[in-house]
Design a protein around this ligand. Sequence first.
Ligand SMILES: Cc1cc2nc3c(=O)[nH]c(=O)nc-3n(C[C@H](O)[C@H](O)[C@H](O)COP(=O)(O)OP(=O)(O)OC[C@H]3O[C@@H](n4cnc5c(N)ncnc54)[C@H](O)[C@@H]3O)c2cc1C
Length: 298
Amino acid sequence: MFGWLVTRMLPIVPMGIVRAVASRYVAGEDLDSAREVVRRLAAEGYHATIDILGENAADDAHADETVQGYRQVLEMIDREHLPSNISVKPSHLGIRLHEERAERRLWDLVDDVSARGNFLRIDMEDSSLTDATLRLYRRARERSPQVGTVIQAYLRRTVEDARALAAEGANLRLCKGIYRESPSIAWQKRDDIRKSYLETARILLSAPGTYVAFATHDRVLLEQVPNIAAEMSVPPDRFEFQALLGVPVEDVLKPLVERGFKVRWYVPFGVEWYPYSVRRLKENPKMATYIVRHWFAR
Ligand SMILES: Cc1cc2nc3c(=O)[nH]c(=O)nc-3n(C[C@H](O)[C@H](O)[C@H](O)COP(=O)(O)OP(=O)(O)OC[C@H]3O[C@@H](n4cnc5c(N)ncnc54)[C@H](O)[C@@H]3O)c2cc1C
């Protein structure tokens, strides 16, 4: 309860203090900082997916800048031979402004990614964008197989979505979901979300054409997913594990790398770090409590 109250106070904490503590979740403000983090992770046997921080493009110019930024990221990944792909938010491409124009921006990136033999994952945002994002993903897949998207286990619809997407041989990241959603459309209790996560995992793994990225720091799920895959005789090249930069879960992920599984870190960078960092801090009331205490102590 105290942690919950504290997370509600974050918006009034001075930005400098939030920044100091939240910096663990973000590579830095520029591309060089992302490159350094990805290099360090690669040296430890990990893969990465680079995200340019930002969402809800304010206008077309902002959304066009997002495309230019990602083109530079793709160029850097090639030049430096980094084991990384990219993750892109539809609202950062302007989907809330105009769906067709956002789609054209996505095609620019999908074509670049395909030419380079790389991969683009379309992040999933709140439920107001679920249908539009799945539409975007399905059209992008007609253009290139080098595209994937995300489904969120907390949404009640996800098990049904997973059945349809599995039949299409989809490439999906499976996460719990980070946005606040109404109980009418989303499971709220941890156990219900876990149950949905595991049911969805089984549906996706049972369809031979799918590729699944299990994005979670939940130790129960990280223990069960490899067992389920083994029990279903799913080869390790059909799935991977993903984690967010800054979340202390290496003690579980490193052994997975040593067992031969692919593990990928989500590496965000950019100047628009605030909303992303606050989401991460809200997931971690201990950290939020630390920030608020530090603020009062000053
Ligand atoms: C690679 C990746 C990509 C993602 N992409 C999306 C997306 O596109 N759309 C979307 O809605 N959500 C996305 N998420 C977020 C996800 O939906 C969850 O909100 C987030 O991962 C927390 O859920 P969890 O599965 O880790 O389980 P939880 O039960 O929330 O966490 C399990 C444990 O992990 C630790 N932990 C979790 N978060 C933190 C933190 N911030 N700091 C410190 N410790 C922490 C805690 O010890 C916690 O007990 C993504 C997550 C990952 C890992």
